[in-house]
Design a protein around this ligand. Structure first.
Ligand code: HEC
Ligand code: HEC
Ligand code: HEC
Ligand code: HEC
Ligand code: HEC
Length: 213
């Protein structure tokens, strides 16, 4: 596909969703589905982040394995819970619900807390690998007995951070693992290889089509 036709189909799509949005506004539908700061639904099992991520200091990505490499952070399957709960508190009625979910091969129906409307695009990987902490966007999860949406997660909220980050000229995190030459240098006492390139300055987008695609 050549450049011109890419541009045409992009703007055609943009017109499509903008049209749909203004139709919603005209119909007097106020309903941005994400406008739920403070939302704290009851869950099918009384799972506590304060116990698991706080008291026992489990890493967030032990359970939310997608956060660094894909669009969705993901919620763990019941079998991940049973890594510990075949031993820990196995007589608890709450744990028996988890065990039953594995035995019957029926996923627990966790109630989704954060949800952007379909017309907005958000990707965890690009945010987490640039060095942002989960807590910047999700609040002090490690203190929550029941999970709650802390930030508004509106377009203005996204844009405020994007503008401030661009203005502050922040560098992206360097990759955490040592490169091959560096490991060799450490083990042999040879001089380490020169850095691959200058640190990358973060440039979060502010154009409509980055978040509405
Ligand atoms: C032992 C597994 C486990 C660990 C560790 C864990 N979580 Fe979770 N997380 C879950 C489960 C299960 C749910 C779904 C139930 C709930 O919302 O409480 C969840 C839900 C969430 C949600 C809400 C998802 C939605 O529906 O919008 C966020 C945000 C979250 N976790 C962030 C974190 C952060 C940040 C950490 C580390 C500080 C963390 N979690 C550590 C298992 C875990
Ligand atoms: C820059 C802000 C930001 C950061 C940093 C962030 N999140 Fe999220 N998170 C969001 C937004 C926005 C949503 C709603 C996404 C949607 O509905 O498409 C979300 C949704 C979620 C969900 C539920 C939906 C899903 O994607 O699975 C989980 C679980 C979650 N986040 C966990 C985490 C964890 C764990 C971390 C850290 C490793 C993290 N988040 C870092 C903004 C963030
Ligand atoms: C790494 C080990 C580990 C994993 C994985 C784990 N837990 Fe736990 N869980 C614990 C520990 C430790 C306790 C605290 C036990 C105590 O209070 O003595 C606990 C307590 C609980 C309790 C409270 C039980 C009660 O009656 O007091 C529930 C419910 C629970 N976990 C659910 C889950 C769920 C759901 C998952 C999977 C999303 C999960 N756990 C994953 C270690 C784990
Ligand atoms: C706390 C700061 C912060 C918040 C809040 C935030 N972002 Fe970002 N965003 C970033 C950073 C940092 C980058 C990475 C820029 C880079 O790599 O140059 C980024 C990159 C992006 C990108 C381009 C990369 C990609 O994934 O395609 C999109 C799109 C994006 N953000 C959408 C959103 C949306 C939608 C929201 C709100 C729901 C949001 N962001 C909230 C800081 C933030
Ligand atoms: C950094 C990401 C980001 C950028 C850039 C962005 N938006 Fe959004 N936009 C969102 C998110 C997230 C939502 C959903 C949350 C909300 O309604 O506030 C949204 C919602 C909207 C809505 C629906 C509002 C409502 O009340 O339902 C419209 C219209 C919109 N954006 C237009 C635009 C236009 C026009 C641009 C370019 C000038 C733009 N957006 C740029 C993230 C972004």
């Amino acid at each position: 596909m050549n450049d011109a036709s890419t541009r045409t189909s992009r703007s055609a799509r943009a017109t499509g969703w903008m049209g749909a949005l203004s139709a919603l506004a005209l119909a007097g539908c106020s309903g941005p589905v994400n406008n739920q700061q403070g939302y704290m639904p009851e869950q099918p099992v009384a799972f506590s982040h304060a116990v698991h991520a706080g008291q026992y200091e489990l890493d967030c990505q032990y359970c939310h394995v997608g956060a660094e490499k894909s669009r969705h952070a993901g919620v763990p399957s019941s079998s991940v819970c049973m890594n510990c709960h075949t031993q820990v508190k196995k007589d608890s009625p709450e744990i028996q619900k988890v065990a039953a979910s594995v035995a019957e091969n029926k996923p627990l129906e966790w109630v989704r807390v954060h949800r952007l409307p379909d017309h907005a695009y958000f990707n965890h990987a690009s945010h987490v690998t640039s060095g942002l902490k989960c807590q910047t966007c999700h609040g002090p999860v490690q203190e929550m007995v029941r999970l709650e949406q802390v930030e508004p997660m509106t377009m203005g909220w996204c844009l405020d951070c994007h503008r401030e980050t661009a203005a502050a000229q922040v560098s992206a995190l360097p990759p955490s693992a040592p490169r091959s030459g560096e490991l060799l240098a450490m083990s042999t006492g040879a001089p380490p290889p020169a850095p691959l390139k200058e640190p990358r300055i973060l440039q979060p987008p502010t154009d409509c089509s980055s978040c509405h695609r």
